[in-house]
Design a protein around this ligand. Structure first.
Ligand SMILES: C[S@@+](CC[C@H](N)C(=O)[O-])C[C@H]1O[C@@H](n2cnc3c(N)ncnc32)[C@H](O)[C@@H]1O
Length: 235
């Protein structure tokens, strides 16, 4: 388990506290629509932190080819063998496939990693694997993520997601406790998250050689970035 991360509930738990059976059960929401609208049809996607394929499977069904990366073998088991999919078990920070992709997908707020070294390693992996004319799609927290607590959302899939607490643990990092309450089972995840202003987010991207191309959603949650060299060569 990564330090500061914890998960409870039945089945396997990943090093960042995610429950494998929970992610295998949860359907995608609007993520595949947002991704499909932002990238070329049939693109080769490198999905970092794919989990059990909640987004991978709908993307495959829409004709994308997906290389799914996760440090959890238990998560990847739910993807391996799907037509058009390749799975790679690795920490994102250590990933070096020696190839580039049309799209690198970094969802699930992984850019908010509590440890700066992990964030830097993750963004470096994005830069390393995006082609010169490709893009990196990043999912960010929206305002209120750390302050509008406690809060809950009833999902049409039949569960309630509660963000129970956000407890400062120092250095601008909060320990977030989430509960996923289903009629038959409850899973919890505790994880570290660093709130990032837009300026900080864009600076960290810049440090990794990436630059924001466009905020894709009005709430600023989804961002398309490109390699900085590519932007320079276009101007
Ligand atoms: C919150 S789950 C989300 C999974 C998937 N993106 C989704 O939306 O359903 C985060 C996943 O990222 C993986 N993960 C988190 N940090 C990672 C890292 N540094 N390297 C590799 N995998 C990581 C976890 O194992 C977990 O499967």
């Amino acid at each position: 388990m990564r330090e500061g991360y914890e998960g409870t509930g039945p089945g396997g738990i990943t090093p960042d506290g995610c429950a494998v059976d929970l992610y295998a059960r949860m359907p995608a929401r609007d993520e595949p629509d947002i991704i499909e609208a932002a990238v070329p049809a049939g693109a080769r996607i490198l999905e970092l932190g794919s989990g059990a394929g909640r987004m991978t499977h709908p993307l495959l069904a829409r004709g994308f080819r997906v290389t799914a990366v996760d440090e959890s073998a238990g998560m990847l088991q739910h993807i391996s063998g799907a037509p058009g999919a390749r799975t790679v078990q690795s920490p994102i920070e250590a990933l070096d496939l020696g190839e580039t992709f049309d799209v690198v997908l970094l969802a699930s707020f992984l850019v908010h990693a509590g440890d700066p070294k992990v964030r830097e390693g993750i963004l470096a992996a994005c830069r390393r694997h995006v082609s010169d004319d490709g893009c990196v799609l990043i999912q960010r927290e929206t305002p209120g993520f750390h302050t509008d607590v406690p809060r809950e959302r009833v999902d049409p899939a039949g569960y309630t997601l509660r963000i129970v607490s956000a407890t400062p643990v120092g250095d601008g990092v909060d320990s977030i406790r989430a509960e996923y309450v289903w009629p038959d089972v409850t899973w919890t995840q505790t994880f570290l998250s660093r709130e990032l202003s837009v300026a900080e987010f864009e600076r960290y991207l810049g440090d990794a050689g990436l630059v924001v191309d466009r905020y894709l959603t009005e709430d600023g949650m989804w961002v398309r970035a490109r390699a900085r060299a590519r932007v320079r060569s276009v101007r």
